[in-house]
Design a protein. Structure first.
Length: 134
């Protein structure tokens, strides 16, 4: 992961994808922060607030959300590495398109301001992806 500059949108989408795969692979969410259905896909507002200073450009320094960092267990790190290996090469627009697929949690969530993508919808979607590829 080191050495590649990512944008706010890329970080949002990669975080959401890891969050989704955490349900079937780890049995729990990656984070307990909510994701909302924004125009360009799933967004964690607290992460967005920490990243918005970079605009559309690359995030060039470590961010601090004001919250304690969650414990990164070996299993969580393995999940993050797997998501990075599978999706880290994708551009922001490719990741946005991936999260906009018909039937995706973002697609199924109303786009009203503040609409939360339910963890149940996310869990079910990513569980079905795992089952399809098993």
């Amino acid at each position: 992961m080191a050495g590649k500059a990512l944008s706010n949108m890329q970080l949002q989408k990669l975080t959401y994808i890891a969050h989704g795969f955490a349900f079937p692979l780890l049995g729990s969410p990656l984070t307990y922060h909510s994701f909302q259905a924004w125009q360009h896909g799933p967004v964690a507002p607290k992460l967005y607030d920490a990243l918005k200073q970079f605009g559309d450009g690359a995030v060039v320094e470590r961010i601090h959300s004001g919250y304690a960092d969650p414990e990164v267990t070996p299993e969580v790190q393995q999940l993050i590495d797997a998501v990075w290996n599978a999706y880290g090469h994708m551009s922001a627009s490719e990741l946005r398109d991936l999260t906009h697929l018909p039937g995706s949690p973002w697609h199924e969530t109303p786009k009203a301001k503040g609409s939360i993508i339910s963890d149940e919808l996310t869990r079910d979607y990513y569980t079905s992806l795992i089952r399809q590829n098993a």
